[in-house]
Design a protein around this ligand. Structure first.
Ligand code: GAL
Length: 731
């Protein structure tokens, strides 16, 4: 057993936690003997201290004496205990699909590909919670952590008013508010981090910046993606791709599923000679038609792979589907993977990977994974390896491309803490559209990206609703691996689907700028409503709405006055912020109308042109041809034409700047070559300021300012001032 996973002791004791300021507004305490390999050390991203320093200086958000370390349980487990306010809400803990406010819940944070029950298990558990009071707490560990987020009551704090007679009292409740968080730490110890705010938005930004800043995908990654059916050969894949061009539906990435490997389940990572006789030619022909190629793989290596003999001594004690489980905590195992992937894929022009099945399942009919007692040569056990496996693959493949000065964007089915800078998007075999929408919002609390990918649908309405949602997500993808679907599979809505895929392309400059803000400021590009509204604002809106003081729009085109009775407090996790200036409120099959909470200010329906007064709740009845999207008055939205695919590095297109409403406003537009890391060393990565101001005669005028006349990707700029919608400009 080689001791790569060595532990170092440290000085916090049960009596006193010692906190040091690890970066501006970020405090760290070392408890016990933390593991050598943790999510943060594995990703190894340098905290962006310069960006953290630019945030307002802040003092610790909690009193140190209020945070205690205790012992409890059969193994004298270490418990970290923090106080909670009565109304405090707690978000985060990873890619939670079943609820967003985790207050009152016990979260068992284990990687699991079938998170069907609300236990905390998920594809991407993150032992990190975010309080709406504007602070957050992370435990950096490879072990499974249990967080009791206000779900435990001690003898001293059990308030008599909560003790009710269930026989007769309808107010009896199973879950009673608790005034504390109790976190069961790994027995050996861990590093614990406390991130200051002062707001929820700031504390999450601090977390992301501490983890190296958000990921900036290549521009092509933000175009539309299509994954072809399993066992497709090169000709079939190419034909399917070209159909997008013939039908005028933009597409940038073609994903290959099982079938490109010479064997799969377990995989060889080598091309199948019959289905792909000339992989280099295949990737080149795809490239000539404007498509990037993404390859599916999973971790388990087949005995018939050329990597097998080299990886066997560097693998774990157990296998999955007969494939060995390489220990990528070992540098020599990473070297084998890297050499093979560079030679067989990356050097041919393959643009990235879909890293599947690094999560594991215990479903009765479909269980697979190495056990937690598996042993690995680095010293990691099966529990830690499972918790870390998704992160390891992200890091290895990211480094492959970084070494080539090429950006990648890919998919992964397991993740964890510290992943903010990884250009990977989570997905799932689960397929509940409402949960998929909630996951868009919840991923934003934890440095994660998520795609509500589309595979199949019960009917045209289900299809179009899912397609609308995915076009307003971090990765817009049709995954046809098992169903052979295409965007036009439901002819009755094919035009609507095409329209939204085109709109995705047109909004690329806006979305790309939002991602650049994620990288530089840590602010997630697509985020939950609580990033935009303080708890007090939310409570005020809810109260006014309950009192009937909501917007009573007279325009019935897409808004009707709703009938609001007493409403339950909602989390508003079925809608989200898309960049700085848009609210997206998807509908699912069977819904014909919905409530939308609009933050303060005036908002326009992006495609309805209807003007809404924000700071309240509006009811919309959009019809299946429209997803409700709202734009802030004064916003300047940078857009481009609906090209068949994102222009390659060096090619130029028109920049359209849409300004909404009657008031001045501005946006910051980011541009660079879209493909390399040159922006890190004085390349052409720059911000432009697009503003609309009143001139001396009282007229609104648009102005684009920055280095050089125009951002490098654009040949000309067209202003559209005082717009109320994109309706007249539908291409
Ligand atoms: C699943 C994955 C699907 C598809 C399939 C291929 O695990 O979630 O998207 O790739 O494997 O076998």
């Amino acid at each position: 057993m080689r001791e790569y996973n060595v532990r170092g002791g440290c000085n916090s004791s049960n009596a006193a936690l010692i906190w040091e300021e690890a970066a501006p507004g970020v405090w760290r305490s070392c408890i016990g003997s933390p593991e050598g390999v943790t999510p943060l050390t594995l990703i190894g991203a340098e905290p962006d201290k310069a960006a953290l320093e630019r945030l307002e200086p802040i003092s610790p958000p909690l009193r140190w004496s209020d945070i205690t370390l205790e012992e409890g349980g059969r193994n004298n487990d270490k418990l970290l205990v923090l106080p909670l306010d009565g109304k405090e809400k707690l978000y985060g803990t990873g890619l939670q699909m079943l609820r967003s406010n985790q207050r009152g819940r016990t979260r068992y944070l284990r990687v699991n590909s079938d998170p069907k029950q609300d236990t905390g298990e998920t594809h991407a558990p993150v032992p990190y919670f975010v309080s709406d009071k504007g602070y957050s707490v992370l435990v950096d560990t490879s072990s499974i952590v249990t967080m009791h987020l206000g779900s435990t009551l001690r003898a001293a704090d059990t308030d008599a008013v909560w003790i009710r007679d269930r026989n007769l009292d309808p107010e009896w409740k199973a879950t009673i508010p608790s005034p504390r968080v109790e976190i069961k730490l790994p027995r050996e110890g861990a590093f614990v981090y406390l991130f200051g705010g002062p707001t929820l938005r700031d504390t999450v930004a601090r977390y992301n910046l501490y983890c190296g800043g958000g990921a900036l995908p290549p521009k092509w990654g933000l175009g539309f993606w299509h994954r072809v059916p399993t066992l497709y050969n090169a000709e079939e894949a190419l034909r399917e791709a070209l159909e997008y061009r013939e039908r005028g539906v933009p597409c940038d990435v073609i994903g290959l599923e099982p079938g490109w490997h010479s064997r799969s389940y377990p995989v060889t990572c080598e091309w199948d000679g019959e289905r792909f006789p000339d992989p280099q030619l295949f990737v080149r022909r795809m490239g000539e038609a404007g498509f990037r190629v993404n390859l599916w793989e999973h971790p388990y290596v087949s005995p018939s792979s050329g990597m097998y003999a080299k990886l066997l001594p560097l693998s774990g004690s157990h296998t999955v589907w007969g494939g060995i489980v390489p220990d990528y905590a070992l540098p020599e195992a990473r070297e084998v993977y890297k050499e093979q992937h560079l030679r067989e894929h990356v050097s041919l022009g393959v643009a990235g990977y879909k890293l599947d099945e690094c999560d594991g399942s215990e479903l009765t009919n479909n269980a697979w994974m190495f056990p937690s007692h598996a042993r690995f040569p680095s010293g990691l056990d099966g529990e830690s390896m499972r918790q870390l496996y998704g992160l390891m693959f992200q890091k290895m493949t990211y480094d492959l491309y970084r070494g080539e000065n090429r950006r990648t964007y890919g998919l992964v089915r397991a993740s964890g803490a510290g992943a903010s800078s990884m250009p990977y998007v989570l997905y799932s075999d689960l397929y509940d559209h409402k949960q998929f929408i909630r996951a868009i919002s919840n991923a934003s609390y934890c440095g994660l990206l998520w795609t509500p990918e589309v595979r199949k649908a019960r009917n045209a309405e289900d299809w179009v609703r899912r397609m609308q949602t995915v076009c307003f997500s971090p990765l817009a993808m049709l995954n046809a691996w098992g169903d052979g679907t295409k965007p036009w599979s439901f002819p009755e809505v094919a035009e609507v689907v095409r329209h939204y895929i085109q709109l995705r392309m047109r909004l690329l400059p806006y979305l790309y700028s939002a991602f650049a803000e994620y990288r530089e400021k840590g602010l997630p590009p697509i985020r939950a409503m609580s990033f935009e509204l303080s708890p007090a604002q939310l409570a005020d809106i809810e109260a006014r709405s309950a009192a009937g003081e909501h917007e009573a729009s007279v325009d019935t085109l897409d808004t009707v006055a709703g009938a609001y009775g007493k409403r339950k407090a909602l989390e508003w996790d079925d809608q989200y912020m898309y960049g700085n200036d848009m609210v997206v409120a998807p509908l699912v099959e069977g819904e014909t109308e919905r409530d939308v909470l609009l933050p303060e200010g005036v908002w326009y329906g992006l495609e309805s042109g209807i003007r809404h007064i924000g700071g309240g709740i509006v009811r919309v009845v959009p019809g299946i041809e429209r997803i409700p999207v709202f734009v802030r008055e004064g916003a300047v939205i940078p857009m481009m034409p609906p090209l068949p695919h994102v222009p390659a590095n060096g090619a130029k297109t028109e920049l359209h700047l849409f300004h909404f409403g009657e008031v001045p406003g501005m946006c910051m537009l980011y541009d660079d070559d879209g493909e390399t890391f040159d922006y890190e060393h004085g390349g052409d990565g720059n911000w432009w300021r697009a503003s609309v101001e009143l001139d001396k005669t009282g007229k609104l005028r648009g102005r684009l300012e920055g280095e050089g006349e125009l951002p490098p990707s654009y040949s000309s700029v067209v202003w559209h001032l005082r717009q109320t919608s994109l309706l007249e400009h539908t291409e």
